[in-house]
Design a protein around this ligand. Sequence first.
Ligand SMILES: Nc1ncnc2c1ncn2[C@@H]1O[C@H](COP(=O)(O)OP(=O)(O)O)[C@@H](O)[C@H]1O
Ligand SMILES: CC(=O)OP(=O)(O)O
Ligand SMILES: [Mg+2]
Length: 423
Amino acid sequence: MPATLQVIARFFMRQKPAVEAAEIEVQAPPAGRVLALNGGSSSIKFAVYGLGETSERGLHGHLDRIDLPGTTLTIADAGQPATTVAVAATDQRAAVAFLLDWLEANADFGTIRAVGHRVVHGMAHHAPERITPALVAELRQFRAFDPDHLPGELALIEALQKRHPKLPQFACFDTAFHHDMPRVAQMLPLPRRFEAQGLRRYGFHGLSYAYLLEELGRLAGPAVANGRLILAHLGNGASLAAVHHGRSLDTTMGFSPAGGLLMGTRPGDLDPGITNYLLHTEKLTGPQLNNLLNHEAGLLGVSETSSDMRDLLAAQATDERAAEAVALFCYQARKGVGAFAAVLGGLDTLVFAGGIGEHAAEVRARICQGLAFLGIKLDEARNATHAGVISSVGSRVTVRVIPTDEERMIARTVGRLVSVAGS
Ligand SMILES: Nc1ncnc2c1ncn2[C@@H]1O[C@H](COP(=O)(O)OP(=O)(O)O)[C@@H](O)[C@H]1O
Ligand SMILES: CC(=O)OP(=O)(O)O
Ligand SMILES: [Mg+2]
């Protein structure tokens, strides 16, 4: 196996036998195509790939700004320029219905042999698996722990099941990448009896991190991909992962995607005394508290106007609340980089990805500000153009921007499962 594939192979080898190292090297690509669906908290991304390891992406696109004014659909086909149109979808459910109707009309379902879904929270499930009624029933029980993703992802799965009952669907879990974090990173400081119920730190954005690791190996070689890395997936949901020798050592999200860094509508880690205050002094009910912590907090809560970084960057010069929301986001991410440099015992490479990480040069610069003591120095001009390497020539740590591609990871995993199952 080529050296650059070893890092990826290690990632898959850590999962259950459904995807074995030997299967990394796919033989003749089977006929047909796979549809990959990535239900994010503010977006749904999709892509159609041919089955097979090296197949090129065909039709792809995304719905953006779900739950905000100005929802759009961007679509492109292989080699074609992207087009963006306005969409009148008011919430996640409407977005799901709209996208499925659009795909039905445009994706040529007759040639699609399987559908792969990003499933953000799978609790004990981590290896990719075929979606069955039992799995759907189980996932329904976790919805309260991930109300930003699971309801939309389940809606996609169930609607497709109704429309195309014979089409096999597969779940690819975001938690898989962190499955073998060191025990100390998985533990929660709670009475031990809760661990038996599945209360532990899981970590998310795993499909993105697996892709970034693979892409880093391709771009910079296996020695770099095996080094001490901080991967920063900064989108509507945002997290950092500390990775060494291809293994996740820690990540900022924990039991649910509401933990860790401040995000679009989630607060990240909170002093437990605050939930006590909200329950007892503000007299919030459990569901009200859950709604506040998943849909009303984070950038939206602090700015009182928007969860979307584009809006806040545009407003910060004239709106102090927007300026403070951006400042808090950058400050928390910077603290996280410092903490993970300690976890790793130093740092070789920092990678930015996700909607904010890939496009917001100002945010990247403000996160890296003051981190020269760790060896991080940005090149302003390169950062402004979102270049692949944005650190300066003299920077000891290489700082990169890598556009993530969770859909590619989903499609490849499903392709492998379909060829293994011979379905
Ligand atoms: N050009 C841009 N400049 C700044 N922020 C951007 C830009 N494009 C996207 N973003 C931000 O990225 C976030 C959405 O990230 P994304 O990864 O697409 O979403 P999701 O987490 O739902 O998958 C939003 O906060 C959005 O404002
Ligand atoms: C896990 C998570 O928050 O995902 P996203 O950033 O796609 O919302
Ligand atoms: Mg996302």
